[in-house]
Design a protein around this ligand. Structure first.
Ligand code: SF4
Ligand code: SF4
Length: 384
């Protein structure tokens, strides 16, 4: 296994499962199950025991390895030099399980759906661009930017609304964007996180080929997961593009008053998506958009920015649900934390967070008190 030579360096001191000030547990898997093996350090020792032949690849072992949301809280908070490889170590262990063919059935189903259909919803590629039908967004020809929407934004009912809001707002801002529609396929970020590196490379190569054939140089993504893959994992495979998350494009547009906004007396708290925040250190662009809206009050949750608590959807859990639901699910805990700020809106910048948190608001029975809105949806509601 890759990284086998550094797994033994974990002291199991446990700092990695906390926030930076150690006041709360911040590893979503540990917070949900409360067993040490679900924590980052416990996971390291479990992998070590497995590599040493002391632990077998059981269903329980698989479940623990795949419950990691790859949220990178441990990367941020482990005090040792190998910390930046923690998520990579967990992914490397998953790669071994995938190679053995011994993985949870939900993971197998997800990977098979991507392999066969190019999306986890088992829907035809021809339906990918359907969301854009009632918007001004057009197919990509030679526009300045490719607007890459991804599987969730293309097919999920909640996320489609977000794709429409972002696409329409980018057009309103005068940006030259186009979509690939049926030529788009899965970006592979979760495939990679689930340890199917071969399938990830196939997807990446297919996307890179399409982008090159179409003459794409600049990409705006809806989803921080796609942003992460294009920015960090495509370049070594020959895919060098200028990549932006849509909030990074909208921030100067709104800040420069290229779109006129009216007074919007909302109290909003912002939920950092792990793949925009901790994985790519972008904390400011989404906040600067919210701060530029006249009358809007931005109030922070106790855990924010590099200490933000994951909604539980990362690392493929959005699709496999291995972290599971219930009152102590990460998304429901996060919604209660948002409610404590007094905000009436949870602002999100990721279609997976949007769905996870909106479902959690319903499960908590808080629909009358809290709305989950994507940043583009908030801006659209504040256009003058
Ligand atoms: S991963 Fe780092 S912080 Fe966590 S238990 Fe191991 S050494 Fe300690
Ligand atoms: S990446 Fe997140 S979920 Fe996975 S072990 Fe680290 S803190 Fe826990």
């Amino acid at each position: 296994m890759k990284y086998a030579d550094i797994v033994h360096r974990c002291f199991r001191c446990g700092y990695c499962k906390f926030t930076g000030d150690y006041t709360d547990f911040n590893c979503p898997a540990y917070r949900k199950f409360r067993f040490e093996t679900y924590s980052p350090g416990g996971r390291m020792w479990l992998i070590r025991g497995w590599l040493n032949g002391e632990i077998k690849n059981s269903e329980r072992f698989q479940e623990i390895l795949f419950s990691c949301a790859t949220c990178a809280n441990c990367v941020e908070h482990c005090v040792f030099t190998f910390s930046e490889d923690l998520v990579n170590i967990f992914i490397a262990a998953r790669e071994e399980l995938v190679a053995e063919g011994l993985i949870p059935p939900q993971v197998r189903d997800y990977l098979k759906a991507i392999h066969v259909n190019g999306n986890p919803y088992k829907l035809p590629a021809a339906e990918r661009g359907k969301w854009a039908a009632e918007t001004p967004v057009e197919p990509y020809r030679d526009q300045e930017y490719l607007f890459y929407v991804g599987c969730v934004g293309s097919y999920d009912e909640r996320a489609v609304k977000m794709a429409r809001a972002v696409g329409t707002l980018l057009m309103k801002a005068g940006l030259s964007i186009g979509i690939l529609g049926e030529k788009e396929t899965c970006d592979g970020n979760e495939v990679r996180a689930m340890g199917e590196s071969g399938l990830f490379e196939q997807l990446a190569e297919q996307n890179i080929r399409t982008f090159h054939d179409m003459g794409v140089k600049k990409i705006i993504t809806l989803d921080p997961h796609a942003y992460n893959a294009f920015k960090n994992d495509y370049p070594p495979l020959g895919g060098e593009f200028e990549v932006f998350h849509y909030t990074q494009i909208l921030a100067p547009v709104i800040g420069g008053r290229r779109i006129l906004l009216k007074e919007c007396p909302l109290t909003v708290t912002y939920h950092d998506p792990c793949y925009l925040g901790r994985h790519n250190k972008e904390y400011e662009a989404p906040r600067s958009i919210l701060k530029a809206i006249p009358g809007l009050e931005l109030t922070e949750m106790e855990r924010n920015s590099e200490n933000a608590f994951c909604c539980g959807g990362g690392g493929g859990n959005f699709f496999t649900d291995i972290l599971g639901k219930g009152e102590e699910s990460p998304a429901r805990l996060r919604v209660r934390e948002a409610l404590d700020t007094g905000a009436g809106v949870i602002a999100v910048a990721c279609p997976q967070c949007a769905k996870m948190l909106e479902d959690a608001v319903k499960s908590e029975g808080l629909e009358d008190r809290l709305k989950v809105m994507d940043i583009a949806e908030i801006v659209t509601g504040c256009l003058s």
